[in-house]
Design a binder for this molecule. Structure first.
Ligand code: PMP
Length: 396
């Protein structure tokens, strides 16, 4: 059956990580895969998560199945966290959520719903964006197009973005990044969210906001501004939520598809369809990581520990960004790192071409994505000077 298969390239992010692990040179630096790293280059398990996990394991009595949309308690806690500043949405009972297999699973479930119930609408994704947006929608055969995020100089341009979005046909679907834009790190200001909302309303566009870095761009409240504003003013939308980064639960695969509807019945009906689609895909999501998140968000004490840990992580990323800006200015190469100065969250794109990025890996053992994305948290006091001088040299 598979005799005629052609060789294809492996996933660029995962294969970059494998190459990094195999690299024996002690000076190697990983700026590739999107993981939070502390100042020692480690992605630790959060203390709040450890405490909750230990407690849950000690209390567990069975491992029986849960339903296709996972744990209700977890889903409600994610909703409360996301809509802390918009409690009326919860009070009006027009939001619900389905637990998913990470944020990827949430995007996938959203795509499945679109494919099943509105297959003719075009899905507009950002250019550039997290590559899996394109992968997931196109794999399902959904029509995708892109809107620009940057101008020809590679700088964020709200004008370019808005000009393109205002030409989108009525009732199409728009995928947005809630915060910590992957790969550029450029986020919308509150005014820009408001401006965008007017177009979304006028064109009756259905937004899917990808929220994979809640709390890691600025803070929990500010990062949910766009989601809250859109949810308050629109009848229908989805939020694809991930707990991979803000709880550090990457491989436990914890996410949620948050569903906004006109009223309780409306969103419950959408959730029922989401549940059926989850059932035919993977039956039910893994419960372990979601139980941990539920525990952390249910206990006031654990919540305080978690929120403080998250704040420290975000402060460290902001510090690494500042370090990069300072060092590049001292080494006289600020122009390559312009994005780092303005962006937020884990990522930034730097102005190197493909050959330069490959030389960086081969000659200097510095690993970054070939689209020019670096993981800011991969930078620390021990490698900053080396990273900036190597990038300066390859940029020649
Ligand atoms: N959306 C975006 C924008 C992301 O960057 C990521 C993680 N790289 C995800 C979704 C998926 O996250 P998860 O690991 O939870 O599937």
């Amino acid at each position: 059956m598979f005799d005629n298969l052609e060789w294809i390239s492996p996933d660029p992010i995962l294969s970059l990580s494998e190459k990094f692990i195999e690299d024996r040179n002690p000076r190697k630096v990983d700026l590739g895969i999107g993981l939070y790293k502390n100042s020692n280059g480690i992605t630790p398990i959060m203390e709040s998560v450890k405490i909750a996990e230990k407690y849950l394991v000690s209390q567990a009595e069975d491992k029986v199945y849960k339903g296709s949309v996972g744990l209700d308690g977890y889903c409600n806690k994610i909703i409360s966290l996301l809509y802390k500043d918009a409690p009326e949405i919860i009070a009006e009972e027009r939001v619900t959520a389905a637990q998913t297999v990470g944020g990827t699973g949430a995007v996938r479930l959203a795509a499945e719903l679109i494919k099943s119930y509105s297959p003719r609408r075009i899905v507009w994704i950002c250019d550039p964006t997290w590559e899996n947006h394109r992968g997931i929608f196109s794999h399902l055969g959904v029509n995708i197009r892109s809107y620009p995020y940057l101008n020809e100089k590679g700088e964020f341009s709200f004008d370019c973005m808005i000009e393109s979005i205002s030409k989108i046909p009525f009732e199409d679907i728009l995928v947005l990044h809630g915060c910590g834009h992957n790969p550029t790190g450029y986020d919308l200001t509150n005014n820009q969210w408001m401006h965008l909302l007017e177009i979304v309303k006028e064109k009756r566009i259905f937004p899917i906001i990808d929220m994979a870095y809640h709390g890691l761009a600025d803070n929990l409240n500010k990062d949910s501004y766009g989601v809250n504003l859109f949810s308050e003013q629109l009848d229908e939308m989805f939020v694809a939520y991930s707990c991979s980064k803000n709880f550090g639960l990457y491989r436990d695969r914890v996410g949620a598809l948050v569903i906004l509807g006109k009223n309780k019945d409306h969103c419950s009906k959408i959730k029922l369809h989401a549940s059926n689609l989850a059932r035919v895909n993977y039956s039910s999501p893994p419960i372990h990581g979601a139980s941990i998140v539920n525990e952390v968000l249910s206990s006031n004490e654990l919540y305080q520990i978690w929120a403080a840990e998250l704040e420290r992580m975000t402060t460290r990323v902001k510090g690494a960004r500042k370090m990069l800006v300072r060092e590049s200015s001292e080494q006289g190469c600020s122009e390559i790192f312009l994005g780092a100065a303005r962006g937020e969250g884990l990522f930034s794109t730097i102005l190197l071409n493909l050959n330069e990025i490959r030389r960086l890996k081969e000659v200097y053992n510095i690993y970054m994505l070939e689209i020019g994305r670096i993981n800011i948290s991969g930078i620390n006091k021990n490698n900053i000077e080396y990273v900036v001088s190597a990038i300066k040299q390859v940029a020649g």
